[in-house]
Design a protein around this ligand. Structure first.
Ligand code: BEZ
Length: 212
C-alpha cells in the first residue's frame, strides 16, 4: 500500500534505543517526525543524527517528537551513539528504532530497491496529532538532510492549519504569507487580515503572517 499525504500513518510496535515503542501510543497527541537513515557508523548519518539531536528543543517547541529508524539493531545504535556524541557536539536524545526485521522500513516503503536492496533511503514522514501523514520527503543516501527545512515545513503546516493562508517559495517563519484564493468575502478578509494585504494579481495576495 503506498502512503500519501493525508494517509493514516501506519501503526507498529518495534524495539528502540528507549525500549519497545508502539508508534501511535508513543506519539500520543504530539506531532511526529519519523525519519530513516541507511546505516549506523556511516559519515552522513552520523552528522544527521547529531544535527537532529542539537535541534530537538526546536522540534519540542513545536510539539514534535523525533523518531529515527534504520535496519541496524538496537545494540548497534547504542554503540554508534557514543560516536555521535563525541563527534557532533550533541548526545543522541531521541529514540532510534532497531528495525533489523525491516518491519517499519517495509510499512513505510523506506527501502527503494533501485537505490539499494537492503538499506533504507533517507525518508522523512511528518505526522500530525491525528496520526495523519502531512509531508513526505525523500533523499538519497548521498545527500544529508537539512533539518531546518523540516522545521520550516512544520511551521508552515501548523500555521496553515489555523489560518486561511499558504506559505510561498522560500518562506521563513515571520515572512509574509499568501491568502488562499478561495477566500473572497471582503468582510472575512478584513476580519482575518486586519493589517491588510497587497494584491499583485487577483489570485496572488500577500499579507503579514497573521499569528505574529
Ligand atoms: C552515509 O551516511 O555517509 C552514507 C550511508 C550510506 C551510503 C552512503 C553514505
Amino acid at each position: 500500500m503506498s502512503l500519501h499525504i493525508g494517509s493514516l500513518a501506519p501503526d507498529f510496535s518495534q524495539e528502540s534505543t528507549a525500549g519497545p515503542i508502539t508508534f501511535h501510543h508513543w506519539l500520543g497527541k504530539s506531532w511526529g517526525v519519523l525519519f530513516s537513515h541507511p546505516k549506523d557508523f556511516t559519515p552522513v548519518c552520523t552528522t544527521e543524527l547529531g544535527r537532529a539531536s542539537l535541534l530537538k528543543e526546536e522540534f519540542a517547541k513545536r510539539g514534535v517528537k523525533l523518531l529515527a529508524v534504520s535496519v541496524d539493531d538496537v545494540a548497534s545504535h547504542l554503540r554508534w551513539a557514543s560516536d555521535i556524541e563525541d563527534t557532533q557536539g550533541a548526545a543522541l536524545n531521541f529514540p532510534i528504532l532497531g528495525d533489523a526485521d525491516r518491519k517499519v522500513a517495509r510499512l513505510y516503503d523506506m527501502i527503494h530497491p533501485e537505490a539499494n536492496d537492503t538499506l533504507t533511503v533517507r525518508s522523512v514522514f511528518v505526522i500530525d496529532p491525528n496520526h495523519k501523514i502531512r509531508a513526505i520527503i525523500t533523499y538519497p543516501a548521498s545527500t544529508g538532510r537539512n533539518f531546518q527545512e523540516i522545521l520550516r515545513v512544520i511551521d508552515s503546516l501548523q500555521l496553515t492549519d489555523s489560518h486561511k493562508v499558504a506559505t510561498p517559495a522560500d518562506w521563513q517563519n515571520g515572512d509574509d504569507v499568501v491568502i488562499l484564493p478561495s477566500l473572497q468575502d471582503p468582510a472575512e478578509l478584513a476580519q482575518r487580515f486586519p493589517k491588510g494585504f497587497r494584491a499583485l494579481r487577483p489570485y496572488l495576495r500577500l499579507t503579514p503572517q497573521p499569528n505574529r
